[in-house]
Design a protein around this ligand. Structure first.
Ligand code: NAP
Ligand code: GDD
Length: 346
């Protein structure tokens, strides 16, 4: 009997890789998609088959984490064995502009989903997409017992979501886990996160369709891993005998400037000729240094990363070059082109 999974945030970076992984393991996958006036399924279109096709194993449903009755209804209908809650307003800078929406989706949305699981009484396992952003100002290396000191409305919302997940585990005996994932990137990364923005700009400048890249703080340090590998850790967490929380990271640290240098050097450009500072990309409070200690995940889950930041920078830049070669204007092409209007800096 194949298992059934319900994935919120399936249209996002991680959702698309997780859907691929689960389908490869013969799961039936149900994804929750927000209704938008434009299509937002480009990261999973390659996985989709018409539901009338007897081979179809991926099914999409409209839903939103701000809509509790819809979530309960979907759980009742799908009766999943595993629930992966990846949906969030996930952009740290945007969370300063939209703190209330961020809290509603990222924090309260988690409660809505957990409460729906509790009320329906389904014996499903629950994965919560927790974040290294929760550690915020606490110095590295950060591990499962490191105190949280969030520095953004997003980080605060994720701390709430982390604790409500633990609370439902302790109070109601739910099999609920927190994956505390450090930054993970890929060619499918949202175009306003720094790695994708930089990789895309390096490729576009090389191709002669962009001249300048504006960035904020180049000194921040991050532990960047590869998203396609991180979803494997999510799945492993739900296959254990008992629920627990795990840090997932590479254990290596690079600055934003290091990442910029890697991407530009990969296309034989000197980043100093093209990168300019713009204070609009600074945050009201910054997270200076994140480096994860994922030894528990290695020991218990047998999970270890193989891709580190320099290789990630190269593979992301190559993907952007490839997309430009094919004239792909979609999600895999990238940067907000200068002509494309952006409501706020990111
Ligand atoms: P992402 O690309 O921004 O995807 C977020 C997903 O959430 C999208 O599918 C989005 O839908 C959906 N979503 C947003 N608001 C929603 C709402 N109100 N109701 C239902 N769905 C909603 O993020 P990601 O990088 O894949 O990250 C996945 C999860 O891991 C997030 O919870 C993020 O906070 C967390 N996380 C990410 C990282 C990282 O480095 N990537 C690290 C730690 C934790 P649309 O496509 O319609 O926008
Ligand atoms: N986005 C962005 N844009 N960041 C910039 C820029 C810019 O132009 N210039 C410098 N940065 C710096 C930010 O100030 C931050 O220190 C760093 O680059 C990384 O920024 P992001 O790529 O936006 O990621 P993040 O670390 O803030 O948040 C991501 O990782 C978290 C895990 O630690 C997101 O994926 C979160 O959802 C995730 O939880």
């Amino acid at each position: 009997m194949s298992k059934t999974a319900l994935v919120t945030g399936i249209t996002g970076q991680d959702g698309s890789y997780l859907a691929e992984l689960l389908l490869s393991k013969d799961y039936v996958v149900h994804g929750v998609v927000r209704r938008a006036s434009t299509f937002n399924t480009c990261r999973i279109d390659h996985l989709y088959r018409d539901p009338h096709d007897p081979e179809a194993r991926l099914f999409l449903h409209y839903g939103d984490l701000t809509d509790a009755s819809r979530i309960a209804c979907l759980l009742e209908r799908v009766k999943p064995d595993e629930v992966y809650n990846l949906a969030a307003q996930s952009h740290v800078r945007v969370s300063f502009d939209e703190p209330e929406f961020t809290a509603n989706t990222t924090a309260l949305g988690t409660t809505r989903l957990l409460e729906a699981i509790r009320m329906t009484g389904l014996p499903c396992r629950y994965y919560q997409a927790s974040s290294s952003e929760m550690f915020g100002a606490t110095p590295p290396p950060q591990h499962e017992l490191t105190p949280f000191h969030p520095r953004s409305p997003y980080g605060v919302a994720k701390v709430y979501a982390y604790w409500i997940t633990r609370n439902y585990r302790e109070a109601y005996g739910l099999y609920a886990v927190n994956g505390i994932l450090f930054n993970h990137e890929s060619p499918r990364r949202g175009p306003t996160f720094v790695t994708r923005k930089v990789a895309a700009a390096a490729a576009r400048i090389k191709a002669g369709v962009q001249d300048t890249l504006y960035l904020g703080n180049l000194d921040a340090r991050r532990d960047w891993g590869y998203a396609a590998e991180y979803v494997e850790a999510m799945w492993l967490m739900l296959q254990q005998a008992a629920p627990d929380d795990y840090v997932v990271a590479t254990g290596t640290s690079h600055s934003v400037q290091d990442f910029v240098e890697c991407c530009f050097a990969h296309v034989d450009l000197d980043w100093r000729d093209h990168v300019r500072f713009d204070e609009r990309y600074l945050r009201p409070a910054e997270v200076d240094d994140l480096v994860g200690d994922a030894s528990k995940a290695a020991r218990v889950l047998g999970w270890e990363p193989t891709v580190h930041a320099p290789e990630l920078a190269r593979l992301m830049t190559d993907a952007e070059l490839e997309a430009l070669r094919h004239g792909d204007p979609g999600t895999l092409s990238a940067v907000p082109a200068p002509a494309r209007h952006q409501p706020a800096p990111h």
